[in-house]
Design a protein around this ligand. Structure first.
Ligand code: ADP
Ligand code: MG
Length: 406
């Protein structure tokens, strides 16, 4: 055993079938062959957590797990969507009548993408879309962004819009923010749209400028593991909105447009300004997290550029402590994954994604994969937690069109 999940393997019903199966299913469902097939991955974030809504820096990698969509245009202005992974019938919309919050459930994500493109003035007509995904949902690995970005890419090609990936990512984010009603930042959609294999994406979320940083772990004798705790605590959504508000309060108290504008060497002075009794103590801690986290992104970029990938481990673990203690978005299961992995000799570990459940990442020497995985599983068993799913995070391709098989 290396990990307890093969890279492409996922629990039912999210098992892979491949484009050929999807093409056949599209034909069966909609009575017409698809014109194309597109794929957009889930992501893990190496470093830069809760920085994207502070105009800060992030560093995601695309996972081998992806959402595949087959699509064909319709002349009657209907959008029909079907997901293999959510039991239920095909969901139908009149494209002209799409409006924010008008749809419920999973179909709001693809419908929201069509709405966002039309809102931006793009001439999107009807379409039939069939979706399959191997991205675990609600595991902090961005199945929602994979769904949005694969849909955006399909509509972009079907209606020959010619939009670049960062613009599609913006429309996907708008779909999630304004149509579905979830106030996420741009990290997930940019990761899914713009990551490339064997690289991590160094992204400035203020202007979307970015660079692909080589991260070929196999060549370095390293592995990055994902530990999906399979828990999601109920307070996740409320706490996310609260953290955003606290960060905005911090920026306002410091007279800057966003916390990204506080450089690391200005942190002590900023914290001294926030010592005012009118500022809640939690705001100081949130500010400290965001400023140190942006700095951790820069430190990791410098280490990777210098060919010192092993040395990023302690920076990852430091990032976890900051999310746990200053940003307060971890939970016992994520803390356990990190402590068990590092105690077993991992180079570093941290929660990834929004927190309150979901996944952790663990950097290990390749030959320590086995012992680290076993140690994490044993620690979860000892506490009576649901066994986590552990798999390798191989930096994979971003969103793309696939050859039309079948
Ligand atoms: P995450 O993005 O971390 O996986 P979210 O809560 O943001 O978690 O998004 C999960 C939601 O996205 C699901 O509840 C569902 O509505 C939608 N979704 C994700 N994958 C699929 C899929 N394969 N088919 C249909 N809906 C999906
Ligand atoms: Mg999501």
């Amino acid at each position: 055993m290396t990990t307890n999940q093969a890279p492409h393997e996922s629990t039912e019903p999210h098992s892979p079938t491949g484009p050929a199966h999807a093409v056949a299913r599209h034909r069966e469902l909609f009575g017409t062959p698809p014109e194309g097939v597109w794929s957009a991955p889930g992501r893990a974030n190496l470093i830069g957590e809760h920085t994207d809504y502070n105009d800060g820096f992030v560093m995601p990698l695309a996972l081998p797990h992806a959402t595949t969509v087959t699509g064909s245009r319709r002349a009657d202005g209907l959008l029909r969507v079907h997901s293999r992974d959510i039991p239920g019938p095909t969901v139908e919309f009149v494209v002209d009548e799409l409006a924010p919050r008008s749809a419920e459930g999973w179909a709001a994500y693809p419908a929201g993408v069509a709405w966002a493109l039309r809102e931006a003035g793009h001439a999107i007509g009807g379409a039939d879309l069939y979706l399959e995904s191997t991205v675990p949902t609600g595991a902090g690995l961005s199945s929602s962004a994979a769904l949005e970005v694969s849909t955006a890419l399909a509509l972009n090609d079907l209606y020959e819009l010619g939009l670049p990936p960062e613009v599609l990512a913006r429309h996907a984010q708008r779909a999630e923010n304004d149509f579905v009603g979830i106030p996420c930042g741009i990290l997930d959609q940019m990761a899914s749209a713009c990551c490339t294999a064997e690289h991590v994406l160094h992204l400035d979320t203020r202007d979307l400028s970015r660079r692909q940083v080589p991260f070929d772990m196999a060549a370095e004798g390293l592995r990055l593991l994902v530990v999906d705790t399979q828990v999601k605590h109920a307070l996740a959504d409320g706490a996310y909105a609260e953290r955003r508000a606290e960060c905005e309060a911090g920026a306002a108290a410091l007279d800057v447009p966003a916390l990204r504008d506080i450089a690391h060497d200005q942190l002590d002075a900023a914290l001294a300004r926030l010592a005012d009794p009118a500022v809640p103590p939690a705001v100081r801690r949130r500010v400290r997290h965001v400023v140190t986290e942006n700095h951790r992104v820069e430190r990791i970029v410098a280490l990777l550029d210098a060919g010192r990938a092993r040395e990023i481990g302690p920076v990852l673990t430091e990032g976890h402590a900051s999310l746990r203690d200053d940003f307060e978005v971890s939970c016992p299961e994520l803390d356990l994954a990190v402590s068990a992995a590092t105690a077993a000799g991992a180079l570093g570990a941290r929660m990834t994604g929004g927190g309150f459940g979901g996944s952790a990442i663990v950097l290990v020497e390749a030959d320590a994969t086995d012992t680290t995985t076993k140690a994490v599983l044993a620690a979860f068993a000892e506490r009576g937690h649901v066994p986590p799913r552990v798999f390798e995070a191989i930096p994979s391709a971003g969103a793309r069109r696939l050859p039309l098989a079948g």
